[in-house]
Design a protein around this ligand. Sequence first.
Ligand code: ZN
Length: 333
Amino acid sequence: MSLRTRIYIIALLLSSLACQGSGIAKTFSLQDSLAIYQPGKSYTFKVESAIGEYALAIEYIAGDAASKLILTSPHGGNLKPEFMHTRSKDFVSAANEVDYGDTESFSAVSDSKTLELTLALAEEIRKATGLRPHVVLNHLHRSKLDANRALSLAAQGDKNAIAAWKAFHQYIDDAKSQVAKNGPGLVLDIHGNAHRPQRTEVGLLLSGKDFGTGDLEKLADKSSVRALVRSGRATMKELTTGDTALGTLLNQNVFTATPSKAYPNPIDANAFPDGRYFNGGYNTARHGSRFSGNISAIQLEFNSDVRMNDKSRNDYARAIAKSIIGFINKYFN
Ligand SMILES: [Zn+2]
């Protein structure tokens, strides 16, 4: 057993002692009733080696019953249990799996400090509104599990990774079931990008080209906020480049975010000459309203200044929380 693995196990023992809500033991079974989840408590799913070593994989911190918001962190984990397969770019994923339109691109690079940013956001939203959002975290490093891909590419056949992937999405599904009791809700899938110049990218499954040339209203059905548009709560233009679009609100409270009123085109050659734009992935498609349901989803790709500095992260989180709260008050009440 490596030193690192020993540290994981010790950390797990300490966390299970500290947190009464950490209820899932070695059977890996998830809660079978939403009533079991206690707001504010942490529920964990662990992976296990053939000789009984454990590592933390997935964590769900249950939100308050009235919350309309779920925060997910699929790429912020750091744990690399040695008993798990290390994902490879040479892996060929199953061609026929249901993939919600995922692009199937491979990466094993983590989104540094986005797990910390997600927790900071949840805390700032709780402080400002009195309501805890639901939080679902993947603690495994992306080289072990990519929790924002279809199962085959995400886990590459490793049985622990498969089980952890299922737990990640089951916790989100359970949180969505709770939120849906209150009407429309929102999943924010939190990521980090390294694009230059630095900007935060808001992904609703519309492409950069869509913003340059398309009629946004005609594209609502392929967006991850489809339910908001179809219910008449908002137009696509309002949700992407209007005064109360999430990007516009982020621009007011943080700095450059796109799409937004100030930066309506995420691939505008003058503002963003690298032409790069992350417009949402597997989680945004699966857990948003593109295909069904009343829960919409948006991918938020934060630049490094926002998330990397331990001293300033909470200040950014407070400003981002203000933007998110403004967006929810406008479209989800
Ligand atoms: Zn990511």
